[in-house]
Write a protein that binds this ligand. Sequence first.
Ligand code: FES
Length: 174
Amino acid sequence: MAEEQSKACENCRERKSARWREDFPVRWENDNYITRREMVKFLGLGSLLIAGANFIVAAIPHLEKAAQYPELKIGMASLLPSNGSALFNYPTEHDPCILVRDKAGDLVAYSQVCTHLSCAVVHSPGENALFCPCHNGYFTVEEGRPYAGPPTRPLPRIKLDQRGDAIYATGVEI
Ligand code: FES
């Protein structure tokens, strides 16, 4: 019995004084602590990452604005009577838009996609408005600004350029 105990103790001592422990002295109780320098490095890098992400998110709208839009002939001015409207697609054939000659005789154009839930807005000459029949949303013809119903954001405006009688769409103001 005593012999067995002394053998066990020898194994124990061997384990404690193993060669690798001498080569790599690690104080296990300190392993759970991080140094002030590591903490500062972690916070610094974390802040840098968050600042970088914010910068990218802030730059996205500017990049979109800088996007090049095609120039597209969308109609003839003489064919659009006062308080009349016409539909076209811009900048792609999948983007419905509406061109309106307001009461003052000026031409304005907007995306036809309602800023509430994407129904198509139509021209309502009697009310001098752009009207969304889905939830009775109303936008002003002059600015595309919502003034009644659930929409809160204005309609994206299509930039126009008139050359002679021809009307061209040249960009989108979001
Ligand atoms: S989708 Fe136009 S008002 Fe709701």
